[in-house]
Ligand binder design. Structure first.
Ligand code: F6P
Length: 531
């Protein structure tokens, strides 16, 4: 593959980026249909990118870049099960988890659907037995509380969606999430629970993640202190691609998971068990359906009208040509509290890479830093910087039009605030208009404007729309990885951190700080002195 920065479209885009650009707000005057032309409706989502600093020639050149980078062929490679995660020699098949169960996927020769069907059936049976009160704890009681023990992809997806879909949760049983290995999250969660009626889901693809295994061991001690030895395993269900390790842990049930699903793409699988228990199977299936609709759109829509492609390319325009290295996500619903964290893992663990698929260093930027917060909280925290700071940061606003909460006037205010922020970013406020209003200190009040954003409206905050939204971001990440010619599906940087942490833990336990760099040695010594 030629490197992306040697493709003709890359050079064309560099020229376009260096040329004069009208203010975004002025582009609407020269093109009255701009809002309609630069927006699209797919699977319960309406995406308006007309407030982005692009015009037809830029969009055409971006699409040209996608074609020259062979994006259509890469999309086919993804959906036909090629081993595109080449550093781990695996296909990438999380889309299988949301296929119709009657489908053959990805191919006749390698059809994972029988495994998907079987995994789903086992998860569904287990969820039903917990929700209907048939699953018996060690003392014969029904489950009142389920605690998901997992981290990263084994936590963020189910946690984020269980929070987003709180109105769908009937509390039969209550569902909790413990990810962090710091002890406090487990402690604070268990404090309010009864061990005799608490069930733990130990979720770990590898079943080697130290935080999860440590929390699971502590949870087992907590259960053992209250439940007869023969009943302890009934309080643990493991979800893992390493079933032997999970069985060795002593879980009462092990649900399957597969190497061809990456952790950060796994909420659609048995990793979503806590979520399925919380919202019920029909809602879980609606989530899969929404994602399936986005998959079909991504696979078949022409590049120019393909939303994940358009969003991916807009990100490329900012990152590689306008040289912006940040991206902000602002969901306007408190239910979406965990969405920025979820997207941080999805985007930055996937595309935070600096060698290309051939192992050569890249000479261009990849994943921008993604951060965000729910609106309107963000407005009272960091929006000041986005409006008046010297650096321009593109924003994705995510606004559900209907939310299941009982105060319609609050929803009106939320919508007004969200649209106002996008408008203020684009239009700014000029010194002239401030002076016309008799404002004092006008130079301090000026907002430069011309700051880009994309507005993603969700028909409602339903499982279907959320499924489509997450699949949209998943595919956007893939599109960008294709342009950057990197592997979005490994995470060797994280693995190295795990290796070093294991070594440091051994040295702490042995009281030996010596074999480290001077800074780490000094810090270890301070810790060991007060340990
Ligand atoms: O954070 C690194 C990571 O490897 C993620 O990719 C993954 O989602 C998480 O750890 C948890 O891994 P596991 O499911 O194997 O415990």
């Amino acid at each position: 593959m030629p490197r992306p920065d040697s493709l003709p479209a890359w050079r064309e885009l560099q020229v376009l980026a260096a040329g004069p650009a009208p203010r975004i707000s002025e582009s609407f005057a020269t093109d009255p249909a701009r809002a309609q032309r630069y927006s699209a409706q797919v699977a319960g989502l309406f995406v308006d990118y007309s407030k982005q600093p692009v015009d037809d020639s830029i969009l055409q050149a971006l699409t040209g870049l996608a074609e020259q980078a062979e994006l259509p062929a890469w999309i086919e490679r993804l959906f036909t099960g090629e081993h595109i995660n080449h550093t781990e020699d695996r296909p990438v098949l999380h889309m299988a988890l949301r296929q119709e169960h009657s489908a053959v996927f990805p191919s006749e020769e390698f059809n994972v659907m029988p495994a998907v069907r079987q995994g789903y059936a086992r998860m569904a049976e287990f969820c039903e037995s917990v929700r209907s009160g048939h699953w018996q704890c060690g003392t014969g009681q029904t489950v009142t509380d389920v605690v998901n023990l997992g981290i990263g992809g084994s936590d963020l997806g189910p946690r984020m969606l269980a929070t987003a879909l709180t109105p769908y949760c009937d509390g039969r049983p209550r569902v909790h999430f413990v990810g962090n290995g710091d002890g406090s999250e487990l402690h604070e969660t268990l404090r309010g629970l009864d061990p005799e009626t608490t069930l733990f889901l130990v979720v770990s693809k590898s079943f080697t993640t130290t935080e999860t295994l440590a929390n699971a061991e502590l949870a087992r001690e907590w259960i053992k202190a209250a439940v007869p030895a023969e009943g302890v395993s009934q309080h643990f269900v493991a979800i893992s691609a390493r079933s032997q390790r999970a069985e060795a842990f002593g879980a009462g049930l092990v649900l399957p998971f597969w190497d061809w699903v990456g952790g950060r793409f796994s909420v659609w699988s048995t990793v979503g068990t806590a979520l399925a228990i919380a919202i019920g199977l029909p809602a879980f299936e609606a989530l899969l359906e929404g994602a399936r609709a986005m998959d079909a759109h991504f696979r078949h829509a022409p590049l120019q009208q393909n939303l994940p492609v358009v969003m991916g390319l807009l990100g490329i325009w900012h990152t590689n040509f306008l040289r912006v290295n940040q991206h902000v996500v602002l969901p306007y619903s408190n239910y979406l509290l965990w969405l920025p964290g979820y997207l941080q893992q999805l985007e930055m663990e996937s595309n935070g890479k600096s060698v290309d698929r051939d192992g050569k260093p890249v000479s261009y930027a990849t994943a921008p830093a993604l951060w965000g917060e729910v609106g309107t909280n963000a407005q009272h925290a960091f929006m000041q910087r986005l409006h008046q700071g010297p650096q321009i940061v593109p924003v994705d606003f995510i606004l559900p039009l209907k939310v299941n909460q009982p105060y319609p006037s609050q929803q009106d205010a939320l919508v007004a605030n969200c649209l106002a922020q996008a408008q203020a970013l684009m239009e700014g406020r000029s010194a002239d208009s401030l002076q016309a209003d008799g404002a004092s200190l006008a130079e301090h009040r000026v907002l430069p404007g011309n700051r880009p954003s994309t507005m993603i409206l969700l028909d409602d905050l339903s499982p279907y729309c959320l499924g489509a939204l997450l699949a949209l971001y998943e595919h956007k990440v893939f599109v960008q990885s294709v342009i950057w010619y990197i592997n979005a599906f490994d995470q060797w940087g994280v693995e190295e951190g795990k290796r070093l942490a294991r070594r440091l833990l051994q040295d702490i336990e042995a009281g030996n700080p010596d074999e480290h760099d001077p800074s780490t040695r000094m810090l270890l010594q301070r810790y060991l002195r007060q340990r």
